[in-house]
Each structure stands twice: as structure tokens, then as C-alpha cells.
Write a protein that binds this ligand. Sequence first.
Ligand code: CO
Ligand code: CO
Length: 311
Amino acid sequence: MLVDYRTSDDAGVYRWDDSSALVQTVDFFTPIVDDPFAYGQIAAANSLSDVYAMGGVPLTALAVAGFPVDELEPGVIQAVFEGGLSKLREAGVALLGGHTVKDAEIKFGYSVTGRIDPDRVLSNAGLQAGDALLLTKPLGTGIVATAIKKGRAPEGVAAKAIESMATLNRAPADALRDLPAGAVHACTDITGFGLVGHACEMAAASAVGVRIDSARVPLLEGATALVSRNQTAGGDSNARHFGERTEIVGEVSADLVALLHDPQTSGGLLVAVAPAARERAAQALAEAGVDGVQIGEAVPVQDASALVRIT
Ligand code: CO
Ligand code: CO
């Protein structure tokens, strides 16, 4: 066993011989959008993401599902599965099977298995002071999804958020895997704990601090305008929990802080790159068609109550 549940990592890693290891994860959730096909796509992209975040290549998937079978219109369940399958195919992942139960609330996702080079596992614990932190997707899916549910999201804003959530993290993961060993020190995907929470976990696991340059953090189009009326319970609890280990320096608007804590579904990768490899990593991401925005850096830890400094 190389990585298990104890380090709050994205997925577990099990080595079965010197050069080969398995990376495994499971993830499922309730619908975040109305369209069943898009929901299936997002669930698949989200489940695959934890394998990419570890530096692995996903190979196979098993569906995990719960449906109120008697209450759904015909075709809904099939559309969810088809949306998921379209993303698995795009990722080159084989669907082997799965298990569905009758449930009062819809739930859908996958258990994903991949292969990973045991010498190049990107855990949360590899961050080093001086590393550049790159983020590959804009924030705001939690707030926009809440606005969609309440009918407050402009169509274009909703479409951009859905497109972002359905986008695989494959392109950045492939680009980073092609870099020389040691270029990338750590990686995680941004999901329920939001940018600050996941940065905080990485910092704590690595015993370094993180500085986030809030003005550079990419945000989903239209998200800022939706913050005040569409905050989520998850965002509030993230702000309470991780706020205790976060220091805000200077003027950062409350709306922006809320977005930094916004729980993401199928968010981007947060990648820690060695300073000497920063240019090369940024170039590799750009060539893969990915906006890898540098949103901060790792710094020596000064005090445990300020693991994350937002400037
Ligand atoms: Co994750
Ligand atoms: Co997960």
C-alpha cells in the first residue's frame, strides 16, 4: 500500500510489483443539473478526476447508482448512463459493470481503477516551499449550480459552468505526466472543500504554507454576480472550518473570499510545480489547450493558524 485513506488524498495506490501500481477511487453524488445526460457526463468527469489528480491513467470503471425507479420519466436513467459512458469513452476507459439500487433520491457516479507509476505518485504531501501553484479550471461551480437550481442563473452562465464541470482533467494530467520526473511535486483536484480547503490540506500534509494571489484566481463567467444570493451550506462550512487556518492580508472582497471557499464539482487540478520547471509546465499545459493559471505559491510555514494566506 503506497497511499491510503489516512492522508486525505484523492485516491488510494496499491503496488503489486516494482514497476506497477493500481490507483483506485469511488465518487458519486446527487444531481447538480437538470439535464440527465449532462449529469452523467459531470459524474463521470468528476469520478475520473481523482485518478488524474494522483498522476494515474484511468483504465476501467464500475457504475454506482441509486434511482427512484418508479417515479422517473422513461429515458432518464438511460440518459444518465449514456452521458457517463460518453465521458468514459473520451477518457479511453472501459465500463466493466456496476450496481444500481432503488433509492428515494437519484445518486450516480463511478468507482474507477487506473495504473500509475509507483515512483511518480502525486500525493498531497509533496508540496515544497517555492513551488508555483497552477489551477486548471475557473472556480464557481457550487454557486452557479445553486443559482441554476433556483432558476437564477443566466443561460450562458449555466452553460459555461456545465461545460467546465463536464470537461475531463485528462489533458492537464497527460501534459504533466510527460514532464521530467520531479517537475511536479504535488497535485490535487478542487472539489467539495473549495480552493482554500484543498490548498490547506495540501499545505498541512506537506508542512509548508500556501499563499493565494486572489486577484489571479480564474472565476467562471458570471459567478461573481451570483455570489450574494446563492451561497451554499457547503461554502459556509468550508469558510468556517478552513477559515481558522487562513489569514486574509489586505483588501479581498467578501464575494471573492466566498468563491475561494466555494465547493466545486469536477473542479480543476491544483498543481505544485518546482520553480525550475514552472515555465516548462505552463508551456506544456498551454500546448495541451489548458489554461494553467498560476494562482500562488508554496511558502515556508510560519504559524499553523495561517497555513493559507490570501492576498
Ligand atoms: Co479529489
Ligand atoms: Co473524491
